[in-house]
Design a protein. Sequence first.
Length: 252
Amino acid sequence: MLRIGLLGCGNIGHIIAQHAEGFVISAVFDKVPERAAEIAGICHGKAYGDFAAFLDADTDLVVEAASVSAARAHAREVLLNKKNLVIMSVGALTDPVFKDDLVATARKTGTKIYIPSGAIFGLDNLKIGQISPITKLLLKTTKSPQSLGLTATTRQRIFSGKAHDCIKSYPKNVNVSVAMGLAAGQDADVELWADPSVDKNIHELFIEGSFGETYIKVTNVPSPDNPATSYLAALSILSLLKNLDSPLVIGT
């Protein structure tokens, strides 16, 4: 059975620990020791306060469910220790130098980097953009002003531009657009809207290319214990982990 090392013990880490099926969480790390101890109690793994010791634990794969800064700080070290890696905070890969270095390290060490589908659908077929050009790749995200740390009484667009620029002002709101860009092989256009009338995160994908065109709208239910996190994003990691060793591979 797949043995997982969990890096990050926030809301998503809790969901992974509570719903582990088809894999075992044998090691847990968080910069706050109490969080690691709590998750370890749920999954019956071992909590680590030292990252080097965490990497030395008997695991096949490390799941980063912490933050962009944690992914940037630890991803390369995970790969150098010849462990496969799941990156949830895909916004870390907006830095092309960092991304290229990780890919080169994974190739050198014979490891894999997995990016979950996260808070959207349709990510698998976006990979056709690496073969046939996509002429329009736009993500329009609508969130409540509160979730963006803003005060607004009317719907307003607060950002329009490329995903790699969006992270500079809204680092917690780029994971979906970065995942889209990585799949398609090109930077996604982003519109970020604040709307006081919504209480859920809404992602709208507009894609056009030689294949035709598609429109996908996803209205995300917040995670039960953290409204800032999409429940779908957590479920996508569980789905990836559950099917990682399956002999039947579904999707592009």
